[in-house]
Design a protein around this ligand. Structure first.
Ligand code: AN7
Length: 373
């Protein structure tokens, strides 16, 4: 047995890091690919339906994959500070990896629109938290402006090292299945993750993609084929924040899934390339559908993801029912973040199953028996 030390050590030969580059890691990656059992039966699906549960990364989201590589590179280049705009998860990861590296994290977050757990994470790890009176897109614009002069490294997904780390999720899926799935479904906000998976799947198949944002001269790593074939990439957006469905930026994005409350995705071209090259599509889910799917997954399978993450399964199940994803297919949905980050959303939706009784044996027994009959 060797101790798992994170995805850079695991996949260094397939990443743009020389052997001597010290990895800044919290043991991210190696998340479970859970095969759903009850939901496929419930909807009459005879294929294989998996969720890649990225909520089990160290800070509770897939951002840790991108942050280990972005911070590793920043430290390697001698940077003393990183900066990002965030709807919450990027800032949580940036804060944690910066503290691990002993550098400063500046995070710009939209006031009042991030899940409380994520805000707590940024604070507890000692990031400098700047709440702006604007949304993520405003924050992203400001980060780019400030970084022109200030000595800080941007760790949003416009930093190509972010996507390099995130592509490893596709590696893990291919290794687990022994092949690429037929369909891969993701929630889409800033569109970095769908781009990263497509880069990862393409490299596993030894194929080129126009989605790769890493400058060619930095691609000193193996892209040797491991399997043949790539999945169709399917991206789901929240209906109130769906620029890929509207054909251009959305000025005032609004959704309960605050993680993907983004109107002007930075990886616009790369995500379109992934969709076109793979033969996939974009679609949207209403807030109501998203929250329903979040609960359905939690109740039926024991997996608690955050609202934005549920968009992938929400759309996949709709496309399965419609036959757009044929019965018998192998489908993977990425659950990007952990439901524990945002307990408010569940409490607001109503605490079904909560019974109040006096502290007496008879009352508790009656409550049990009523529900077993
Ligand atoms: C749970 O944290 O953009 O399409 O600033 O937190 O790669 O942006 C978060 C995005 C999906 C969308 N699910 O991924 C941020 C941020 C969750 C997320 C997305 C995010 P991208």
């Amino acid at each position: 047995m060797t101790r798992y030390t994170g995805l850079i050590d695991q996949y260094r030969s397939r990443l743009p890091f020389a052997p001597e580059v010290r990895a800044i890691s919290l043991g991210e990656g190696r998340t479970p690919l859970i095969k759903l059992e009850n939901i496929p039966k419930d909807v009459g699906f005879e294929g294989e339906l998996y969720v890649k549960f990225e909520g089990l990364n160290p800070t509770g989201s897939f951002k840790d994959r991108g942050m280990t590589s972005a911070v590793t590179q920043a430290v390697h280049e001698g940077s003393r500070a990183i900066i990002c705009a965030s709807t919450g998860n990027t800032s949580a990861a940036a804060a944690a990896y910066a503290s691990r590296a002993g550098i400063t994290a500046f995070v710009l977050i939209p006031e009042g629109k991030i899940a409380l757990g994520k805000l707590a994470q940024a604070v507890v790890h000692g990031a400098v938290v700047v709440q702006i009176q604007g949304n993520f897109d405003d924050g992203m614009r400001l980060v780019k402006e400030v970084a022109e002069t200030a000595p800080v490294t941007i760790v949003n997904s416009i930093n190509p090292f972010r996507l390099q780390g995130q592509k490893t999720a596709a590696f893990e899926i291919v290794e687990a299945l022994g092949r690429a799935p037929d369909y891969h479904c993701l929630p889409v906000g800033n569109a970095g993750n769908i781009t990263a998976y497509w880069i990862g799947y393409s490299e596993m198949a030894g194929m080129e993609t126009a989605s790769n944002s890493l400058p060619v001269e930095l691609r000193k790593y193996s892209t040797a084929a491991v399997v043949s074939g790539r999945p169709k990439m399917v991206g789901f957006q929240a209906a109130g924040a769906a620029p890929f469905l509207r054909g251009g930026p959305v000025k005032e994005p609004e959704t309960v899934a605050t993680a993907i409350r983004i109107g002007d995705p930075q990886s616009w071209n790369q995500a379109w390339a992934a969709q076109k090259e793979s033969g996939g599509w974009f679609d949207e889910c209403s807030d109501e559908e998203i929250l329903k799917t979040q609960r359905y997954l939690a109740e039926k399978e024991g997996v608690f993801c955050e609202p934005a993450s549920a968009a992938s399964l929400c759309g996949a199940l709709r496309d399965i029912k419609a036959g757009k994803i044929p019965n018998g297919s192998t489908v993977v949905c990425t659950l990007t973040g952990n439901g524990l980050k945002d307990p408010d959303i569940i409490v607001k939706g109503g605490l079904q199953g909560l019974i109040q009784v006096p502290a007496a044996r008879s009352a508790v027994e009656k409550a049990l028996l009523d529900r077993l009959s």
